[in-house]
Design a protein around this ligand. Structure first.
Ligand SMILES: Nc1ncnc2c1ncn2[C@@H]1O[C@H](COP(=O)(O)OP(=O)(O)OP(=O)(O)O)[C@@H](O)[C@H]1O
Ligand SMILES: [Mg+2]
Length: 276
């Protein structure tokens, strides 16, 4: 069974920015979107700016209520008014790690907090869990007492992933998590997400406008334009033989990436774990 199932999702915004029901002045951002995410799967959503990717991500993560349609996790329909346990099940990672890291907190504080608030470990085990999380995302323990501004962009993104993992989610929703990073750092963060899928059997909804990034990381891809998914399938199939004209256009426009210069999903990414 799928971990996440989205059915008939529709999102409209009014001109003031608040989401609301159908009205002549509302802007339709997402329509007729169905998608599923299996356990341990990485599904990419790709499409041009404004195509509705973030709107879907926010609905799945519970930051936003759909105008209509449903989001289910493990077969249970979740509303935007999720209780504490349901909120924990889907965690979001943002393009800007500052969105999820409090600049006033050290990493130790930032990681302890969700564990304590949700009572995920008995008191004496909290620090051990914090260290485990640091190790899981490849952050040296010397950074435990650093605040976010003392970290590199890649280290900050690792820290925000650690904070998301502290809540022991079943699903990560990553909205353009590497778009703001240098290309060399992008690769190590993508490798980290791939590792988390393998070690934790994590399910990941990965949003990107970059087809070459999706080709490397994702198992399946959904291609969006103008609020709709126009093509979906295993990454290898979609890349080898794109069916929809918009997908063909997107693929034709893929610039060669330094770490995928040879093109294609089989090119290995760098294995370096350095963030600098
Ligand atoms: N809060 C909002 N108020 C009004 N319109 C919005 C709001 N958020 C998004 N939109 C509109 O909804 C559409 C989809 O936006 P969304 O952010 O989901 O796209 P996106 O694919 O994530 O784009 P990008 O690649 O630029 O991040 C766009 O037309 C956008 O202008
Ligand atoms: Mg977006």
């Amino acid at each position: 069974m799928s971990v996440v199932e989205v059915r008939g999702l529709r999102v409209e915004y009014d001109q003031g920015g608040r989401r609301r029901g159908s009205s002549p002045s509302s802007r339709l951002a997402v329509q007729d979107v169905d998608l599923t995410l299996d356990r341990g799967e990485i599904l990419g959503i790709v499409g041009e700016s404004g195509s509705g990717k973030t709107s879907i991500a926010r609905c799945v993560a519970g930051y936003q209520t759909a105008t209509s349609g449903t989001v289910s996790v493990d077969g249970q329909v979740l509303t935007a008014r999720r209780d504490q346990r349901d909120r924990r099940r889907v965690q979001m990672i943002f393009q800007d790690p500052y969105s999820s890291l409090n600049p006033a907190m050290t990493l130790r504080q930032a990681l302890r907090e969700p564990i304590a608030v949700h009572a995920l470990r008995p008191g004496p085990e909290v620090d051990q869990r914090v260290e485990e999380l640091m190790t899981l995302v490849g952050l040296d323990l010397v950074h435990l007492d650093a605040k976010p501004r003392r970290l590199s962009g890649g280290q900050r993104q690792r820290a925000s992933i650690a904070r998301a993992l502290a809540l022991e989610p079943e699903v990560l929703v990553a909205d353009e998590p590497v778009s703001a990073l240098d290309v060399s750092v992008q690769a190590v963060i993508l490798n980290l997400l791939a590792d988390l899928r393998s070690t934790l059997d994590m399910s990941i909804l990965f949003i990107s406008h970059d087809m070459s990034v999706v080709a490397h990381l994702c198992d399946r891809v959904a291609v969006m334009t103008s609020g709709r998914i126009v093509e979906t399938g295993p990454v290898d199939d979609v890349f080898r033989s794109p069916q929809h004209p918009y997908t063909q256009e997107l693929l034709a426009a893929v610039p060669p990436h330094p770490w995928s210069a040879a093109g294609g999903a089989d090119t290995p990414m760098p294995t370096s774990t350095s963030d600098h």
